[in-house]
Design a protein around this ligand. Structure first.
Ligand code: ADP
Ligand code: MG
Length: 395
């Protein structure tokens, strides 16, 4: 999806006020009635319509006619705009460059601050592929009524919140993760890692040019890298955490000349799906992370490791980061309440969900919208967070 950062400069304060009103209204209405936007923004309905058509032209929202009332739906473009404007006001991210990644559930852009430090902007896009599978795959919504009221905005914001919380906590404890810079709504801003994802690395890349002719040095570098990665999986587990997607696409290798480490350095990215080592399926996720690395090393480097960490015997719980961060599965009560049951559903549910077709997805989306209207209190935490962004409406 295209991100048009130029809008940030060109929208008027009135446009911003109306867009913010649309965001506030979106908490309980997927399609926000024009009358509600007017009352929230304190503009006359006629004035609102004029502004809304300008916002629609800029693809920040969409007009909806197929409801019993006339209204507008906030688009990702509008939500992006609101987050970018917040970053610009805080001067944490002042320019956005080209797109460097596009996953099923996120868009990644290069960016910079006023000092021209290279940054990365990650925008969560949950709900882009399949609303229903998103809802079942992640435990962000917490289950029950809240799950039913989950919307793309809500889920994307929770994913970014999780990413931010994990990244900050891991960075603070000296884990090799990008430097967290800022977070708002569905977006996280972080430092740019100057390296290449592990998937783009061949064995010759691991050693200097002079060492390329010496197979024993290449073997030593491969075996060093393997132990580094296994140690990272173990260290995370000692902190009560399992990455849950520890693979060659979420690991960036910084070569020695970019860092002071003589062998280079691995940086871990992509944290929204992290789970606690107390999660009922913790052993499964831990083993899967280990296996991903083993298979990659075998495939790419022909390296078959003699040993690998074992969840039951090798993991010593030293720090309760999972508890501090409320990582999925960290406490038994939360687990019992958790009707959705995490990423765990992913492997079993993904295929069947996708096969069911888009009709059901639509139905679910409609249902969730109805429930949203009746479950205002469930979204209290979001509202607290949003209220700071929406101050202008109150003034
Ligand atoms: P997704 O959830 O879509 O998998 P990721 O966080 O894994 O998103 O990022 C996708 C891609 O974007 C990565 O594979 C990497 O190439 C790039 N990327 C993400 N964060 C950074 C970063 N901080 N520095 C450099 N590249 C990054
Ligand atoms: Mg990823």
């Amino acid at each position: 999806m295209k991100l048009d950062a130029s809008n940030v400069k060109f929208l008027s304060p009135e446009d911003y006020r109306v867009l913010t009103a649309l965001e506030v209204g979106s908490r309980n209405h997927e399609v926000v009635p024009t009358t509600l936007i007017a009352s929230l923004s304190k503009f006359r309905p006629g004035g609102v319509q004029k502004i809304m058509s300008n916002l629609c032209r800029q693809k920040l929202c969409n007009r909806e006619n197929n409801h019993s009332y006339e209204g507008y739906r906030l688009a990702y473009g509008g939500y992006d705009y609101l987050a970018l404007r917040t970053f610009a006001a805080r001067e944490t991210l002042t320019s956005v460059g080209y797109q460097i990644g596009m996953g099923k559930e996120s868009d990644i852009f290069l960016g910079a601050d006023d000092q021209n430090s290279a940054l990365v902007l990650k925008l969560q896009r949950l709900g882009r592929t399949s609303f229903r599978s998103v809802r079942n795959n992640r435990d962000y919504a917490g289950g029950g009524k809240k799950a039913a009221s989950a919307s793309w905005m809500y889920l994307s914001r929770l994913a970014a919140q999780k990413e931010w919380a994990f990244m900050c906590a891991l960075h603070e404890r000296g884990f090799p993760v990008p430097k967290p810079v800022d977070h708002n709504r569905h977006c996280v801003v972080m430092g740019l890692v100057q390296g290449r994802i592990l998937d783009h690395i061949q064995k010759e890349d691991l050693v200097s040019e002079e060492s390329m002719e010496d197979p024993s040095l290449i073997d030593a570098a491969i075996s060093w890298l393997y132990s580094e990665l296994m140690n990272l999986i173990l260290r995370l587990a000692e902190h009560g955490l399992i990455h849950g997607d520890f693979n060659e696409f979420n690991l960036i290798w910084e070569p020695p000349n970019k860092t002071s480490c003589p062998m280079g350095r691995i940086v871990i990215i992509d944290f929204p799906q992290m789970v606690s080592t107390r999660h009922p399926n913790a052993k499964f996720y831990f083993d899967r992370d280990v296996q991903c690395i083993r298979s990659f090393f075998e495939r790419r480097f022909g390296f078959i490791a003699d040993d690998a960490p074992d969840f039951e015997t090798d993991v010593q719980r030293l720090v309760e980061l999972d508890k501090e961060l409320k990582a999925s599965g960290f406490d038994k009560k939360a687990r019992d309440d958790d009707l959705i049951n995490v990423v765990g559903a992913k492997d079993n549910a993904d295929e069947s969900e996708e096969e069911e077709g888009s009709e059901n997805e639509e139905d679910n989306e409609e249902n969730s919208e109805e429930e949203e209207e009746t479950s205002e209190t469930d979204n209290e935490t979001d509202e607290e967070e949003d209220s700071s962004d929406n101050d202008e409406l109150e003034n």
